[in-house]
Design a binder for this molecule. Structure first.
Ligand SMILES: Nc1ncnc2c1ncn2[C@@H]1O[C@H](COP(=O)(O)OP(=O)(O)OP(=O)(O)O)[C@@H](O)[C@H]1O
Length: 617
């Protein structure tokens, strides 16, 4: 089973066993070319400069050691003979000095380039993730598996810059090994073999434990998101109020502690095992090295090697051992990094289902017939229940339609279908005779203005908070102020110290917090930022006082004259202003008609209306 198939297997389930075979690790290396393509795209010149420097740097250790050998041999020669020309000796010393400086300088330059390239890469990937997330469906955002995937992808942005330097370092060290091996192979090929055999157990051990860690992290993704969420609940301006009055901090801390302790226990188990086995394996490596060292010493005593040869070989073996260990260990890190890349690439492979058809229709210049629901049913993903069932009705071109129904009746779902945040599971919605899915999605959203009951309170200034309704007009001050006038937000603006430039919310400096009704007026202004043909307000006046509500609706009625509008409200004073009222019950149409017609009918609407009216008597 390949890595992807395994991933698929975990979809929707709790991901706790992400075991990888050696073959899968190797297979993951196939991600590296794509990764380097991304790195290259980040900055071609930095990638080239870093690669060239690494190649040059990789030859330096062996060159320095070899010059060291020549120096020692020369010193011994000079001390044994009465020759006084030391020119060669000093030239060698100068050369070694120069190489040492170059080696140090190139290392620093490489690490500088890695840091810069890493940061650029991380920024670029973060932006790519945000861009891609923006193309995905609302439905995908409501799925926990999707969040896990996005979280793992997000982690890649910082983690992967490490992968970059690791992989490049790997190549550099492999070249160094080749240089060392070339120097040593002439003198004693068997000793190289001895070294290689000695470091293999350490490699296998590391590989095993890295694998275990990857599995562990993979399985912990959901819990890590939960920990992040608890941390946010425990320390955020938005949550502080409830956490305090409900006295939730101990509850949250306990929750945090339980998960954090579990992480600690799991990580500790692996860390202890890894450390114990690591010690044993390191001893084997040392045994190999000292075995080789003893052989070299014996051969020097026998006169087969010079003292210079001894220092060169001992040094070479020491470095070769370090390099070999490093390369083999890093193989697991690199392949694991490549494995994590699978998560990143899989995230980029996610495709939205709500898309444009090949040749989308332009949105009509003027809506003629309106929206027709034809036996529309809708079920949320991961839900067994129909949120909308077999719904048929027409929203006429210039009609003001109110949606009424108890909590969970499907009102918000219905307007989400109208804006194609979801597509119907069954049936279809027509606009002027054509399926909504045939229209250009972007144009559809541009022509529909919608304010949700759970609208966002952007921690930005007032002007931007209104402009989000049509962000391309963010600098159009006159449009923003006129939108504010329609929604009564202009009265609020006048009271604020910095007027339209006033930062709202408490998160940032000089922010002013608004009351619930004030926020609602700000959100309502967003609906007036564009000349939409259909305006949908989902409980737009719930937080408004009675006078504000009355005024808002007077204006709304004027502004939506000749346009379609949908109003969701639990307040019958609002609802009765609509041309027609659609009563939803458990996702189905219970009644539709004008206020008077429905009262006369004395059905569900009349019952709900009288129930509310009774409260006022
Ligand atoms: N994102 C979602 N995923 C799964 N089920 C959902 C989702 N949103 C809503 N539902 C379910 O769909 C049904 C209809 O919800 P909807 O939000 O449309 O009701 P509503 O009539 O707007 O209710 P309210 O008056 O409380 O705002 C409810 O049973 C709800 O639990």
């Amino acid at each position: 089973m390949n890595a992807r198939a395994k991933f698929q297997r975990h979809k929707g389930g709790k991901s706790t066993d992400k075991t990888l075979t050696f073959k899968e690790r190797l297979a993951a290396l196939r991600n590296l070319p794509m990764f380097f393509k991304m790195v290259w795209q980040t900055s071609p010149w930095m990638t080239v400069a870093s690669s060239l420097l690494r190649i040059a740097r990789s030859a330096m250790p062996v060159a320095i050691l070899y010059i060291g050998k020549l120096i020692i041999d020369e010193v011994i020669f000079l001390s044994a003979h009465a020759v006084h020309s030391t020119e060669k000796l000093w030239t060698l010393v100068a050369l070694e000095f120069l190489l040492a400086i170059l080696s140090d300088g190139s290392s620093r330059l490489i690490s500088l380039l890695d840091t810069l390239l890493g940061e650029l890469f991380s920024n670029k990937t973060s932006i790519k993730i945000m861009e891609h997330a923006a193309t995905l469906d609302l439905e995908q955002f409501e799925d926990a598996t999707f969040y896990d995937k996005m979280e793992r992808a997000r982690q890649q942005t910082t983690g992967r810059s490490v992968l970059l330097s690791q992989t490049m370092g790997q190549v550099q060290d492999i070249i160094s090994i080749i240089f060392f091996a070339a120097g040593l192979v002439v003198l004693s090929p068997w000793l190289i073999l001895l070294l290689i055999v000695a470091v293999i157990p350490a490699f296998l051990g590391e590989s095993h434990f890295n694998n275990k860690l990857y599995e562990l992290y993979w399985g912990q993704t959901s819990e890590r998101r939960e920990v992040d969420y608890i941390r946010y609940l425990g320390a955020s301006d938005e949550t502080a109020k409830e956490v305090k009055v409900f006295g939730l901090s101990d509850f949250l801390i306990d929750k945090f502690r339980t998960i954090a302790n579990k992480f600690y226990r799991d990580n500790k188990r692996i860390a202890v095992q890894r450390s114990a086995w690591g010690t044993v394996f390191a001893m084997m490596g040392s045994l190999g090295y000292y075995g080789a060292y003893i052989i070299i010493i014996l051969r020097t005593i026998n006169g087969q090697l010079s003292i210079g040869d001894l220092t060169f070989m001992a040094g070479s073996f020491r470095q070769l051992r370090g390099l070999l260990e490093g390369v083999l260990m890093r193989f697991t890190v690199v392949s694991q990094g490549a494995m994590y890349l699978t998560d990143l690439f899989e995230f980029f492979e996610l495709k939205p289902r709500i898309n444009n058809v090949a040749k989308p229709r332009p949105f009509p210049a003027k809506i003629e017939q309106g929206f027709v629901f034809e036996n529309v049913s809708f079920k949320y993903m991961n839900s067994e229940k129909w949120a909308i069932r077999d719904l048929s009705f027409t929203l006429h071109a210039t009609e003001k339609l109110a949606l009424v129904g108890e909590n969970g009746a499907g009102k918000t779902t219905l307007v989400k279908l109208l804006t194609r945040l979801y597509d119907p599971t069954e049936g279809r919605i027509l606009l002027d005779g054509y399926d909504l899915r045939d229209y250009d999605l972007l144009q559809l959203r541009q022509h529909v203005g919608i304010i949700f009951q759970d609208f966002l309170r952007y921690q930005m200034n007032l002007s931007q908070n209104i402009a989000v309704g049509n962000i391309i007009e963010k600098d159009n001050t006159s449009l923003i102020t006129s939108a504010a006038q329609q929604s009564l937000a202009h009265l609020l603006a006048e009271k604020l110290p910095a007027k339209y430039d006033q930062m709202l919310g408490k998160r940032f400096h000089n922010g002013v917090e608004l009351s619930g009704g004030e926020w609602q007026k700000v959100a309502l202004a967003r609906a007036y930022m564009k000349h939409a043909d259909l305006i949908i307000l989902d409980e737009p006046t719930a937080a408004l006082d009675a006078r504000a509500e009355y005024e808002v609706f007077q204006r709304f009625a004027d502004l939506t004259k000749g346009k379609s509008s949908v109003l969701i409200s639990h307040r019958f004073s609002t609802v009765r202003m609509a041309d027609r009222i659609l009563v939803l019950e458990k996702g189905t149409l219970a009644e539709i008609g004008s206020h008077e017609e429905l009262l006369e009918k004395n059905g569900r609407y009349a019952e709900l209306f009288n129930l509310q009216a009774m409260g006022y008597r």
